[in-house]
Design a protein around this ligand. Structure first.
Ligand SMILES: [Zn+2]
Length: 221
């Protein structure tokens, strides 16, 4: 059997099983989606969002890329974020990395990997920002694990720097931002950062959404 045929057969079996449990399952699924969560995860095949959170189709809006990066020029990520926040009105945005991440590992090395150098450069910048802490961790595995955590934290902070999140915060008290790391040796997710809506934003990254008229009427200009 061709490898891919296995997937199509499994799909038919899955659809049959769903219908046996609930004959309206696909009628309901096709109506609408109201996910509460946006998941920004790594493309690694061992970290499927729905599987590791035991969620069902319709519960999590998902974006995945190499090493779960939030890059402020990535039109793909930003489009997903805008749609999730402004249209679906998700309540939580989760960046989930994982220990043993190949992207993070590659960024710690010095090999020329071609095009992906440019993507991994974002992780090298995280390393550089936390150079002092990381270089004081002599055990290479522990240093790798710590960079995975720091990378997740920085990506969550990158969400905070977007006008998409800041405008949503100025209009409503959502979304909350979360940084998680999945440990595939235990199956458990570790929380590394939580940022509630309306948390403090570094001044230099903070946008003012007041109109010119509102600003001219305000004592604080
Ligand atoms: Zn990864």
């Amino acid at each position: 059997m061709k490898e891919y045929s296995k997937l199509l057969l499994a799909n038919k079996a899955w659809a049959k099983e769903k219908l046996e449990l609930d004959e309206e399952y696909f009628n309901n699924l096709s109506k609408d989606q109201k996910p509460l969560f946006l998941w920004i995860g790594c493309a690694d095949s061992r970290v499927p969002a729905e599987e590791v959170t035991n969620t069902q189709p319709g519960e999590v809006f998902v974006h995945r890329n190499v090493a779960n990066l939030v890059v402020h020029t990535d039109i793909n990520l930003l489009s997903v974020l805008q749609y999730a926040v402004e249209v679906l009105k998700v309540k939580h945005v989760i960046v989930c990395g994982h220990y043993g991440c190949g992207g993070v590992k590659a960024a710690m090395g010095n090999s020329d990997l071609g095009l992906i150098n440019k993507w991994l450069r974002n992780i090298k910048e995280v390393y550089d920002k936390h150079n002092y802490e990381l270089n004081n961790v002599s055990d290479e595995t522990l240093r790798f694990d710590r960079l995975v955590e720091l990378n997740v934290k920085e990506q969550v902070k990158n969400l905070l720097k977007t006008t998409i999140v800041q405008r949503a915060w100025s209009n409503r008290d959502l979304p909350h931002l979360h940084g998680w790391v999945f440990d595939m040796k235990t199956g458990i997710i570790k929380e590394v950062i939580n940022i509630d809506a309306h948390s403090e934003i570094d001044t230099i990254f903070k946008y003012d959404f007041r109109t010119e008229e509102e600003m001219s009427n305000s004592p604080i200009q």
